[in-house]
Design a protein around this ligand. Structure first.
Ligand code: ATP
Length: 304
């Protein structure tokens, strides 16, 4: 697997306080990676380290395979566009002038890209309106346009939907999907809204108290949250033969446990297994929401 970002035992201390502890994170190329954690979990600190805004205390990370203490790390960082906390917008300038300013800051020649970028983020028709008069959603899209000026392969967004109204949230979501699918841009998005990120993320990292407590792909997460019947049986092989025969969707979890994903007629199931000398030891129906999954991960509702 090719990783755009990989961290190894990354640690950040503010005096004696460890804001990040042994963070091991793997962000695949082409992913939309949701970094999920409650307020104060360490999301912004992690992003600031990756962007080179703060120094690492211990451990390391690579961006596009380049190690953080390599001389080439600044070249790798040039391939990143980031919005951390607030988009860096000049409020007394219009959208176009903001992009011209960004070209100057990063030393790029002015070209037709600006028009194209404004079109991409849906700000090509705002004319001379100053950014100060933009809605929050427009400001966020302008922030993304500024991040796009350097043609990044990797965009980092820190809490991009904070404060946005439902329409603004949809606009940002659609824009992220468009940039990911059409331009192949990899995203790292921090948020404490799991449900919102679940609409776009392909991968997740759950961070709590400065630690990545779980990394999981969207596919695995859906599988974990899927409605299922978990059974423990005395003879998995016989049970599997029956499920195959009846074309029932299942997964063998261990030598004793099988998860069944189709609806089954329980009495028929019990009798059929019994005829095969297979006893059901335990039978549990399960369905988990994403929110529940998260709460269970970080250890109880009081923690969210
Ligand atoms: P939020 O969603 O509220 O922005 P976060 O997950 O981004 O939270 P961070 O801002 O990374 O969390 O903060 C992680 C921890 O580190 C918090 O306990 C915070 O108080 C602490 N912290 C952050 N910056 C500093 C600093 N400069 N000095 C001391 N402690 C800090």
């Amino acid at each position: 697997m090719e990783y755009v970002l990989e961290t190894r035992n990354l640690e950040k201390k503010y005096k004696k306080f460890k804001a990040l502890k042994n963070v091991n994170m793997h962000l695949p190329k082409g992913a939309i990676y949701g970094l999920i954690g409650k307020n104060g979990a360490g999301k912004t600190t992690l992003i600031r380290l990756i962007c080179g805004l703060q120094k690492v205390t211990n451990g390391s990370y690579t961006i596009f395979g380049i190690l953080n203490n390599s001389k080439k790390i600044n070249m790798a960082r040039k391939r990143i566009g980031a919005i951390i906390e607030q988009p860096s917008i000049c409020l007394d300038m219009n959208a176009k002038d903001n992009l011209i300013e960004q070209c100057k800051i990063i030393g790029l020649p002015l070209n037709n890209d600006i028009k194209e970028i404004l079109k991409t983020v849906g700000l090509d028709d705002v004319g001379k309106k100053k950014a100060t008069n933009f809605s929050l959603g427009m400001k966020q899209r302008l922030g993304l346009a500024i991040a796009l000026v350097g043609h990044p392969d990797f965009i980092i967004l820190d809490e991009p939907i904070n404060g946005l109204d439902p329409e603004g949230i949809i606009e940002i979501r659609e824009l992220i999907i468009k940039l990911n699918q059409e331009k192949g841009i990899t995203f790292l998005i921090s948020s404490h809204y799991l449900d919102e990120l679940a609409k776009i993320a392909t991968h997740y990292g759950f961070i709590d108290n400065g630690e990545i407590i779980k990394e999981i792909s969207n596919e695995e997460l859906i599988k974990n949250c899927r409605k299922r019947t978990e059974i423990r049986v005395s003879d998995v092989k016989e049970c599997v033969k029956y499920l195959e025969q009846e074309k029932i969707s299942y997964e063998v979890i261990s030598e004793e446990q099988i998860n069944i994903y189709d609806d089954i007629n329980i009495s028929e199931f019990v009798v059929s297994l019994s005829n095969r000398n297979c006893t059901i030891i335990e039978f549990k129906e399960k369905e988990e929401t994403l929110e529940n999954y998260y709460i269970n991960l970080i250890g109880g509702e009081g923690n969210v």
